[in-house]
Design a protein around this ligand. Sequence first.
Ligand SMILES: C[S@@+](CC[C@H](N)C(=O)[O-])C[C@H]1O[C@@H](n2cnc3c(N)ncnc32)[C@H](O)[C@@H]1O
Length: 342
Amino acid sequence: MGRLVPVLFGYAAFQQLNAGCRLGLFDLLEKEGPLSAERVAEALDIERRAADVLLLGTTALGLTEVADGAYRNGPPVATAFAQGLWPVLKDIVEFQDRVSYLPAADYTESLRTGENVGIRHFPGDTRDLYTRLSGVPGLEELFYRCMHSWSALSNPVLVEGTDFTGVRRVLDVGGGDAVNAIALARAHPELRITVLDRPGALEVAERNIREAGLAERVETAAADIFTDPYPGGHDCVLFAHQLVIWSPEQNLALLRKAHQAVEPGGRVMVFNAFSDDDGAGPLYAALDNVYFTTLPFRHSTIYRWEQCEGWLREAGFTEVGRTTGTGWTPHGVVTGRRAAAP
Ligand SMILES: C[S@@+](CC[C@H](N)C(=O)[O-])C[C@H]1O[C@@H](n2cnc3c(N)ncnc32)[C@H](O)[C@@H]1O
Protein backbone atom coordinates (compact mmCIF):
# COMPACT_ATOMS: atom_id res chain seq x y z
CA MET A 1 0.00 0.00 0.00
CA GLY A 2 3.03 2.28 0.22
CA ARG A 3 2.53 3.16 -3.45
CA LEU A 4 -0.50 5.12 -2.29
CA VAL A 5 1.59 7.76 -0.52
CA PRO A 6 2.60 9.95 -3.50
CA VAL A 7 -0.90 9.52 -4.94
CA LEU A 8 -2.85 10.30 -1.79
CA PHE A 9 -0.66 13.35 -1.24
CA GLY A 10 -0.25 14.29 -4.89
CA TYR A 11 -1.57 17.80 -4.23
CA ALA A 12 1.00 18.19 -1.45
CA ALA A 13 3.91 16.94 -3.56
CA PHE A 14 3.19 19.63 -6.15
CA GLN A 15 2.91 22.30 -3.46
CA GLN A 16 6.37 21.43 -2.10
CA LEU A 17 7.84 22.09 -5.55
CA ASN A 18 5.68 25.18 -6.02
CA ALA A 19 6.66 26.68 -2.66
CA GLY A 20 10.34 25.94 -3.29
CA CYS A 21 10.05 27.84 -6.59
CA ARG A 22 8.00 30.76 -5.30
CA LEU A 23 10.09 31.31 -2.17
CA GLY A 24 13.31 31.05 -4.15
CA LEU A 25 14.70 27.95 -2.38
CA PHE A 26 16.11 26.25 -5.48
CA ASP A 27 17.62 29.49 -6.86
CA LEU A 28 19.22 30.09 -3.46
CA LEU A 29 20.71 26.59 -3.23
CA GLU A 30 21.98 26.79 -6.79
CA LYS A 31 23.75 30.06 -6.03
CA GLU A 32 24.91 29.53 -2.45
CA GLY A 33 24.36 25.88 -1.48
CA PRO A 34 25.05 23.70 0.38
CA LEU A 35 23.37 25.64 3.22
CA SER A 36 22.10 24.81 6.71
CA ALA A 37 18.36 25.06 7.46
CA GLU A 38 19.14 28.12 9.61
CA ARG A 39 20.80 29.93 6.66
CA VAL A 40 17.95 28.91 4.34
CA ALA A 41 15.40 30.37 6.80
CA GLU A 42 17.34 33.65 6.99
CA ALA A 43 17.88 33.97 3.26
CA LEU A 44 14.25 33.17 2.37
CA ASP A 45 13.02 35.37 5.22
CA ILE A 46 10.82 32.64 6.71
CA GLU A 47 10.70 31.15 10.22
CA ARG A 48 13.07 28.32 11.02
CA ARG A 49 10.05 26.03 11.56
CA ALA A 50 8.81 26.85 8.04
CA ALA A 51 12.25 26.17 6.54
CA ASP A 52 12.37 22.78 8.29
CA VAL A 53 8.93 21.84 6.93
CA LEU A 54 9.79 22.94 3.38
CA LEU A 55 13.21 21.27 3.38
CA LEU A 56 11.75 18.01 4.72
CA GLY A 57 9.20 18.10 1.89
CA THR A 58 11.62 18.92 -0.92
CA THR A 59 14.24 16.49 0.41
CA ALA A 60 11.84 13.55 0.80
CA LEU A 61 10.76 14.17 -2.81
CA GLY A 62 14.36 14.24 -4.08
CA LEU A 63 14.12 17.91 -5.09
CA THR A 64 16.81 18.73 -2.51
CA GLU A 65 19.40 16.57 -0.70
CA VAL A 66 20.94 16.84 2.76
CA ALA A 67 24.36 15.75 4.01
CA ASP A 68 25.79 16.70 7.41
CA GLY A 69 22.97 19.18 7.95
CA ALA A 70 23.68 21.08 4.70
CA TYR A 71 21.13 21.21 1.87
CA ARG A 72 21.73 21.33 -1.87
CA ASN A 73 19.51 20.84 -4.93
CA GLY A 74 18.64 17.24 -5.75
CA PRO A 75 19.37 15.62 -9.15
CA PRO A 76 16.31 16.74 -11.18
CA VAL A 77 16.60 20.35 -10.08
CA ALA A 78 20.40 20.42 -10.39
CA THR A 79 20.13 18.92 -13.89
CA ALA A 80 17.58 21.55 -14.93
CA PHE A 81 20.02 24.29 -13.82
CA ALA A 82 22.98 22.58 -15.51
CA GLN A 83 21.08 22.28 -18.81
CA GLY A 84 19.86 25.90 -18.70
CA LEU A 85 16.27 24.64 -18.37
CA TRP A 86 15.51 26.02 -14.91
CA PRO A 87 13.63 29.15 -16.14
CA VAL A 88 11.58 26.87 -18.42
CA LEU A 89 10.74 24.53 -15.57
CA LYS A 90 9.82 27.43 -13.29
CA ASP A 91 7.37 28.74 -15.91
CA ILE A 92 5.81 25.28 -16.10
CA VAL A 93 5.42 25.13 -12.33
CA GLU A 94 3.77 28.57 -12.45
CA PHE A 95 1.41 27.33 -15.17
CA GLN A 96 0.40 24.35 -13.02
CA ASP A 97 -0.07 26.67 -10.04
CA ARG A 98 -2.03 29.47 -11.71
CA VAL A 99 -3.86 27.67 -14.53
CA SER A 100 -4.16 23.90 -13.92
CA TYR A 101 -4.30 23.40 -10.17
CA LEU A 102 -7.75 24.59 -9.03
CA PRO A 103 -9.59 23.32 -12.13
CA ALA A 104 -8.08 19.85 -11.49
CA ALA A 105 -10.50 19.52 -8.56
CA ASP A 106 -13.28 19.43 -11.20
CA TYR A 107 -11.88 16.23 -12.73
CA THR A 108 -14.59 13.87 -11.44
CA GLU A 109 -17.35 16.22 -12.55
CA SER A 110 -15.67 16.61 -15.95
CA LEU A 111 -15.53 12.82 -16.40
CA ARG A 112 -19.13 12.48 -15.24
CA THR A 113 -20.53 15.16 -17.55
CA GLY A 114 -18.10 14.96 -20.47
CA GLU A 115 -17.56 18.72 -20.13
CA ASN A 116 -14.39 20.69 -19.30
CA VAL A 117 -15.95 21.82 -16.03
CA GLY A 118 -12.73 23.45 -14.75
CA ILE A 119 -13.16 26.26 -17.26
CA ARG A 120 -15.58 27.83 -14.74
CA HIS A 121 -12.47 29.25 -13.02
CA PHE A 122 -11.98 31.61 -15.98
CA PRO A 123 -14.73 34.15 -16.72
CA GLY A 124 -16.59 34.05 -20.03
CA ASP A 125 -19.27 32.04 -21.77
CA THR A 126 -17.31 30.43 -24.61
CA ARG A 127 -16.54 26.71 -24.28
CA ASP A 128 -12.78 26.64 -24.88
CA LEU A 129 -10.02 28.09 -22.74
CA TYR A 130 -8.30 30.04 -25.53
CA THR A 131 -11.24 32.33 -26.21
CA ARG A 132 -11.47 33.08 -22.48
CA LEU A 133 -7.82 34.09 -22.06
CA SER A 134 -8.36 37.75 -22.83
CA GLY A 135 -11.06 38.06 -20.13
CA VAL A 136 -8.59 38.09 -17.22
CA PRO A 137 -5.92 40.80 -17.10
CA GLY A 138 -2.47 39.26 -17.53
CA LEU A 139 -3.78 35.75 -18.29
CA GLU A 140 -3.01 35.87 -22.00
CA GLU A 141 0.63 36.84 -21.31
CA LEU A 142 0.91 34.16 -18.62
CA PHE A 143 -0.60 31.50 -20.87
CA TYR A 144 1.65 32.18 -23.85
CA ARG A 145 4.78 32.58 -21.70
CA CYS A 146 4.13 29.22 -20.06
CA MET A 147 2.98 27.50 -23.27
CA HIS A 148 6.25 28.79 -24.75
CA SER A 149 8.14 26.96 -22.02
CA TRP A 150 6.21 23.70 -22.48
CA SER A 151 7.15 23.83 -26.17
CA ALA A 152 10.76 24.88 -25.58
CA LEU A 153 11.13 21.89 -23.25
CA SER A 154 9.62 19.38 -25.63
CA ASN A 155 10.28 20.61 -29.19
CA PRO A 156 13.78 19.15 -29.82
CA VAL A 157 12.03 16.09 -31.30
CA LEU A 158 10.42 18.41 -33.85
CA VAL A 159 13.27 20.84 -34.41
CA GLU A 160 16.21 18.44 -34.36
CA GLY A 161 14.63 14.99 -34.65
CA THR A 162 12.30 15.46 -37.62
CA ASP A 163 13.41 15.41 -41.24
CA PHE A 164 12.61 18.69 -43.03
CA THR A 165 14.51 17.78 -46.19
CA GLY A 166 12.83 19.38 -49.18
CA VAL A 167 10.42 21.49 -47.08
CA ARG A 168 10.42 25.19 -47.98
CA ARG A 169 7.34 26.79 -46.41
CA VAL A 170 5.61 25.65 -43.23
CA LEU A 171 2.12 26.69 -42.13
CA ASP A 172 2.14 26.54 -38.31
CA VAL A 173 -1.58 26.12 -37.50
CA GLY A 174 -2.38 27.47 -34.01
CA GLY A 175 1.27 28.45 -33.72
CA GLY A 176 0.77 30.48 -30.52
CA ASP A 177 3.61 32.84 -29.68
CA ALA A 178 5.75 31.42 -32.54
CA VAL A 179 7.98 29.42 -30.20
CA ASN A 180 8.21 26.47 -32.59
CA ALA A 181 8.33 28.63 -35.72
CA ILE A 182 11.31 30.57 -34.34
CA ALA A 183 13.13 27.39 -33.28
CA LEU A 184 12.50 25.83 -36.71
CA ALA A 185 13.64 28.96 -38.56
CA ARG A 186 16.86 29.02 -36.52
CA ALA A 187 17.56 25.33 -37.06
CA HIS A 188 16.70 25.33 -40.79
CA PRO A 189 17.94 28.51 -42.46
CA GLU A 190 16.15 27.70 -45.73
CA LEU A 191 12.66 27.49 -44.11
CA ARG A 192 9.97 30.15 -44.24
CA ILE A 193 7.10 29.83 -41.78
CA THR A 194 3.62 31.34 -41.41
CA VAL A 195 2.13 31.34 -37.90
CA LEU A 196 -1.67 31.13 -38.02
CA ASP A 197 -3.52 31.93 -34.77
CA ARG A 198 -5.98 34.22 -32.94
CA PRO A 199 -5.11 37.93 -33.01
CA GLY A 200 -4.34 37.91 -29.23
CA ALA A 201 -1.69 35.22 -29.68
CA LEU A 202 -0.23 36.90 -32.73
CA GLU A 203 0.52 40.10 -30.82
CA VAL A 204 2.90 38.08 -28.66
CA ALA A 205 4.15 36.13 -31.71
CA GLU A 206 4.98 39.28 -33.68
CA ARG A 207 6.98 40.71 -30.79
CA ASN A 208 8.92 37.44 -30.41
CA ILE A 209 9.61 37.20 -34.16
CA ARG A 210 10.88 40.80 -34.24
CA GLU A 211 13.09 40.24 -31.19
CA ALA A 212 14.50 37.09 -32.81
CA GLY A 213 15.35 39.12 -35.95
CA LEU A 214 13.36 36.68 -38.10
CA ALA A 215 10.67 38.97 -39.56
CA GLU A 216 11.91 38.22 -43.09
CA ARG A 217 11.31 34.48 -42.78
CA VAL A 218 8.54 34.13 -40.17
CA GLU A 219 5.22 35.86 -40.80
CA THR A 220 1.83 35.74 -39.11
CA ALA A 221 -1.75 35.36 -40.33
CA ALA A 222 -4.81 35.93 -38.13
CA ALA A 223 -7.46 33.31 -38.76
CA ASP A 224 -9.82 30.86 -37.17
CA ILE A 225 -8.24 27.48 -37.80
CA PHE A 226 -11.62 25.81 -38.36
CA THR A 227 -13.67 28.33 -40.29
CA ASP A 228 -11.15 30.38 -42.29
CA PRO A 229 -9.34 29.11 -45.39
CA TYR A 230 -5.64 28.32 -44.95
CA PRO A 231 -3.29 30.61 -46.87
CA GLY A 232 -1.74 28.92 -49.92
CA GLY A 233 1.86 28.42 -50.99
CA HIS A 234 2.95 26.07 -48.15
CA ASP A 235 4.41 22.60 -48.63
CA CYS A 236 4.10 21.53 -44.98
CA VAL A 237 1.34 22.03 -42.41
CA LEU A 238 2.36 21.77 -38.75
CA PHE A 239 -0.08 21.15 -35.88
CA ALA A 240 1.93 21.73 -32.69
CA HIS A 241 0.13 21.04 -29.42
CA GLN A 242 -3.09 21.41 -31.39
CA LEU A 243 -4.69 18.01 -31.99
CA VAL A 244 -4.67 17.30 -28.22
CA ILE A 245 -7.32 20.01 -27.84
CA TRP A 246 -10.07 18.85 -30.17
CA SER A 247 -12.30 15.83 -30.77
CA PRO A 248 -11.34 13.09 -33.28
CA GLU A 249 -13.95 14.51 -35.70
CA GLN A 250 -12.51 18.04 -35.40
CA ASN A 251 -8.97 16.69 -35.82
CA LEU A 252 -10.01 14.89 -38.96
CA ALA A 253 -11.54 18.11 -40.28
CA LEU A 254 -8.30 20.02 -39.53
CA LEU A 255 -6.22 17.33 -41.23
CA ARG A 256 -8.48 17.40 -44.30
CA LYS A 257 -7.95 21.16 -44.49
CA ALA A 258 -4.20 20.55 -44.27
CA HIS A 259 -4.42 17.98 -47.05
CA GLN A 260 -6.15 20.52 -49.29
CA ALA A 261 -3.75 23.29 -48.30
CA VAL A 262 -0.62 21.54 -49.62
CA GLU A 263 0.16 20.55 -53.19
CA PRO A 264 0.70 16.83 -53.97
CA GLY A 265 3.96 15.78 -52.33
CA GLY A 266 3.35 18.24 -49.45
CA ARG A 267 3.58 17.13 -45.84
CA VAL A 268 1.75 17.29 -42.53
CA MET A 269 3.39 17.11 -39.10
CA VAL A 270 1.59 16.60 -35.77
CA PHE A 271 3.73 17.45 -32.75
CA ASN A 272 2.51 16.93 -29.19
CA ALA A 273 2.57 14.39 -26.35
CA PHE A 274 1.18 10.96 -27.16
CA SER A 275 0.00 8.11 -24.97
CA ASP A 276 1.12 4.54 -25.51
CA ASP A 277 -0.83 2.33 -27.90
CA ASP A 278 -1.38 -0.30 -25.18
CA GLY A 279 -3.29 2.17 -22.98
CA ALA A 280 -0.96 1.61 -20.01
CA GLY A 281 0.97 4.87 -19.88
CA PRO A 282 3.22 6.71 -19.77
CA LEU A 283 2.62 8.38 -16.42
CA TYR A 284 3.22 11.87 -17.88
CA ALA A 285 0.38 11.46 -20.39
CA ALA A 286 -1.88 9.81 -17.83
CA LEU A 287 -1.54 12.68 -15.36
CA ASP A 288 -1.47 15.51 -17.92
CA ASN A 289 -4.87 14.24 -19.05
CA VAL A 290 -6.38 15.76 -15.90
CA TYR A 291 -5.53 19.20 -17.31
CA PHE A 292 -6.84 18.23 -20.74
CA THR A 293 -10.07 16.81 -19.31
CA THR A 294 -10.87 19.75 -17.04
CA LEU A 295 -9.73 22.78 -19.03
CA PRO A 296 -8.96 23.46 -22.71
CA PHE A 297 -12.08 22.01 -24.37
CA ARG A 298 -14.62 19.27 -23.66
CA HIS A 299 -12.82 16.75 -25.92
CA SER A 300 -9.18 17.52 -25.13
CA THR A 301 -7.09 14.37 -24.67
CA ILE A 302 -3.55 13.09 -25.08
CA TYR A 303 -4.44 10.61 -27.79
CA ARG A 304 -2.61 7.38 -28.59
CA TRP A 305 -0.08 7.41 -31.41
CA GLU A 306 -2.12 5.00 -33.50
CA GLN A 307 -5.26 7.16 -33.23
CA CYS A 308 -3.39 10.09 -34.71
CA GLU A 309 -1.82 7.96 -37.43
CA GLY A 310 -5.31 6.68 -38.30
CA TRP A 311 -6.67 10.22 -38.74
CA LEU A 312 -3.82 11.09 -41.11
CA ARG A 313 -4.62 8.07 -43.29
CA GLU A 314 -8.33 8.83 -43.18
CA ALA A 315 -7.62 12.42 -44.28
CA GLY A 316 -5.78 11.05 -47.32
CA PHE A 317 -2.13 11.22 -46.24
CA THR A 318 0.28 8.42 -47.12
CA GLU A 319 3.78 7.49 -45.84
CA VAL A 320 2.42 7.93 -42.30
CA GLY A 321 5.14 7.50 -39.68
CA ARG A 322 6.14 8.52 -36.17
CA THR A 323 9.25 10.00 -34.53
CA THR A 324 9.50 9.38 -30.80
CA GLY A 325 11.42 11.80 -28.60
CA THR A 326 14.36 10.92 -26.39
CA GLY A 327 13.53 13.30 -23.53
CA TRP A 328 11.58 12.59 -20.32
CA THR A 329 8.30 13.84 -21.81
CA PRO A 330 6.33 11.61 -24.23
CA HIS A 331 6.45 14.10 -27.09
CA GLY A 332 6.81 13.03 -30.65
CA VAL A 333 5.87 13.81 -34.23
CA VAL A 334 3.48 11.95 -36.53
CA THR A 335 4.09 12.77 -40.19
CA GLY A 336 2.39 12.06 -43.49
CA ARG A 337 2.57 13.11 -47.12
CA ARG A 338 -0.06 14.02 -49.68
CA ALA A 339 0.57 11.52 -52.42
CA ALA A 340 2.44 13.02 -55.35
CA ALA A 341 0.40 13.38 -58.54
CA PRO A 342 0.80 10.26 -60.77
C1 LIG B 1 -1.90 24.63 -26.84
S1 LIG B 1 -1.62 26.11 -27.74
C2 LIG B 1 -0.25 25.65 -28.76
C3 LIG B 1 0.57 26.82 -29.22
C4 LIG B 1 1.81 26.45 -30.04
N1 LIG B 1 1.46 25.70 -31.24
C5 LIG B 1 2.77 25.65 -29.21
O1 LIG B 1 2.98 24.47 -29.50
O2 LIG B 1 3.34 26.20 -28.26
C6 LIG B 1 -2.97 26.10 -28.87
C7 LIG B 1 -3.01 27.29 -29.79
O3 LIG B 1 -4.14 27.19 -30.66
C8 LIG B 1 -4.72 28.47 -30.79
N2 LIG B 1 -6.13 28.30 -31.15
C9 LIG B 1 -7.07 27.61 -30.47
N3 LIG B 1 -8.25 27.67 -31.12
C10 LIG B 1 -8.05 28.42 -32.23
C11 LIG B 1 -8.89 28.83 -33.31
N4 LIG B 1 -10.17 28.43 -33.38
N5 LIG B 1 -8.34 29.59 -34.28
C12 LIG B 1 -7.03 29.99 -34.23
N6 LIG B 1 -6.18 29.59 -33.23
C13 LIG B 1 -6.69 28.83 -32.25
C14 LIG B 1 -4.54 29.11 -29.44
O4 LIG B 1 -4.62 30.52 -29.50
C15 LIG B 1 -3.15 28.61 -29.05
O5 LIG B 1 -2.16 29.49 -29.48
